[in-house]
Design a binder for this molecule. Structure first.
Ligand SMILES: Cc1ncc(COP(=O)(O)O)c(C=O)c1O
Length: 495
């Protein structure tokens, strides 16, 4: 390299190559041994703090090889490993290995995907990725969109597009001249992003109409219709209905075609939060569950959930992408980013919240090609089959109760033998027992589950978005849960 300037930042070609190879060796060994490691070491924040050390900001730099080795050691040996085959908690996937290489390449080139002129190839790749995602889930190619950091942001991005479309004037006047109160509707199972959105965007949490669910835990669409009519009668201004395609707790998909009809009748924006579940629409036999989703004005989906991409990447799709630019576009004099007549030219800063934007599209683009649609169908199907397998094992086990199974989420609980027959006392005890059991399991490091409260039962929850999990893992998880459940129950009985 011909560069006369001496800076503490450069790493010479040979050194970069050597350290890079070493790091790749460390990572490939990590992938290869991930199933032999604990899911988590269970170290407390205090212990982690001590391992990290409390040295002050370094005055002078340190050699890159030492630093890479230090960082690798800290992260590989003291992290919770969501790539572990027995990590089935929340909705964070095992990350696809090609995603790690994609992030390295993206950081090396460092395109700013806010404007086409700053990132010609990266912008084209993001555009193609968004198009492939519409093909993947099977909506019309008229949908366009943008990649964002995750599910919350994907839903927020759509929320504001809905508001711009259904409350004309709000962009210029704000709420000042909106004599009618804008209100919105969603099932009581909707993820917490909606509360954040209503509060942060100035509507207030009372603008949310939480619609109860029916016996199948889907939004009760009769109550939805009734509530909309009541609000209209009372001078409110309904603008948005949110259907969920895979609710965060139990994986239930709302009756989307009914919601679509209701939205048409009352001229409301129909948004689907498919952050978790919508990729399952790729499976031909499951497509019927999502019936009506192609009617949505906007859809949120998360490649960092069931498309197994490394964090962070979500996606907002909008049927008429003009609603995004109507909401987010601005043209300050200091930007020479005007789009050309060439319709391929997109400035992504006009499609969402961010201005400077990283190249998160690359990992999705590479994963979609590395795995292919067929590969995804296989893996998503297998995740669902494993979830059903867990449900069946829980159903037939005398000390487990299987509670729900939808998409790849199973909820169940430990129910020790010989409990008192007083129902209320028993339920209270079971809730406490399972909550404590979850804590023990999470600390133990053998398996990592999360929780769901279903029909007032505190349940253990497994969400399989994990291509490493096998039937053997599921059998072992059942054994671990029962073993730890028995131990805990016996301890509680003694005390
Ligand atoms: C249905 C649903 N929507 C939104 C989110 C939020 O996604 P993120 O954590 O990526 O912001 C989640 C997260 O689990 C979810 O399950």
């Amino acid at each position: 390299m011909t560069n006369n300037r001496e800076t503490p930042i450069e790493i010479g070609k040979e050194e970069f190559r050597k350290i890079g190879y070493e790091l790749i060796d460390i990572i490939s060994n990590f992938y290869d041994t991930i199933n032999t490691r604990p899911v988590t070491t269970g170290e407390s924040p205090e212990e982690i703090k001590n391992i990290l050390g409390s040295s002050s900001l370094p005055e002078f730099g340190m050699p890159a090889d030492e630093l890479v080795s230090k960082a690798s050691d800290l992260l590989l040996n003291h992290s919770l490993l969501n790539g572990h085959p027995k990590f089935l908690a929340y909705i964070t996937s095992s990350p696809v290995p090609i995603g790690a290489l994609a992030d390295l390449l993206a950081a090396a080139v460092n395109p700013n995907v806010g404007a086409n002129i700053l990132s010609p190839m990266a912008t084209a790749i993001e555009k193609q990725t968004v198009k492939w995602l519409t093909e993947f889930i099977g909506v019309s190619p008229t949908y366009g969109g943008i990649l964002v950091s995750g599910g919350n942001m994907a839903n927020f991005t759509a929320f504001l597009a809905a508001r711009t479309a259904k409350a004309p004037g709000i962009k210029e006047e704000g709420f000042k001249n909106t004599s009618d109160d804008l209100v919105l509707y969603c099932s009581k199972t909707t993820h917490t992003w909606i509360e954040k959105a209503a509060i942060l965007f100035g509507h207030g949490s009372k603008s949310i109409r939480w619609i109860p669910t029916d016996a199948e835990n889907k939004m009760n669409n009769e109550i939805l219709r009734h509530k909309i009519e009541e609000d209209i009668k009372n001078g409110k201004k309904p603008f948005l209905v949110i259907g969920t395609a895979g609710d965060v707790s139990t994986g239930v998909v709302d009756n989307l075609s009914r919601i679509a009809d209701i939205c048409k009748t009352y001229n409301l924006w129909f948004h689907i939060d498919g952050a978790y579940g919508i990729p399952a629409a790729v499976i031909p036999d499951l497509n019927f569950i999502f019936n009506g989703f192609t009617e949505a004005d906007s859809i949120a989906l998360d490649p960092h959930k069931w498309l197994y991409c490394p964090l962070e990447v979500g996606c907002t799709l909008v049927k008429n992408p003009q609603h995004l630019t109507d909401t987010y576009s601005s043209h300050p004099v200091y930007y020479n980013f005007s789009t050309t007549d060439d319709e391929s030219s997109v400035n992504y800063y006009e499609y969402g919240f961010q201005n400077s934007r990283g190249f998160r599209a690359l990992k999705v683009w590479m994963a979609l090609q590395h795995i292919g649609k067929r590969g995804y169908i296989k893996m998503i199907n297998e995740d669902i089959e494993l979830s059903k397998f867990l449900f069946e094992l829980a159903k037939t086990h005398t000390e487990l109760e299987a509670v729900t199974q939808n998409l790849s989420i199973t909820t169940f609980r430990f129910v020790p033998k010989g409990l008192s027959s007083n129902n209320k006392e028993k339920e209270t005890y079971l809730n406490t027992l399972n909550e404590m059991l979850l804590g023990e399991l999470q600390k133990g490091g053998e398996v990592f589950l999360s929780n769901a409260v279903v029909f007032e039962k505190y349940c253990l929850r497994s969400c399989i978005v994990n291509f490493r999990t096998s039937r053997k893992d599921i059998e072992e998880i059942v054994e671990i849960v029962v073993r730890e459940g028995r131990k805990l129950h016996s301890r509680l009985q003694k005390s």
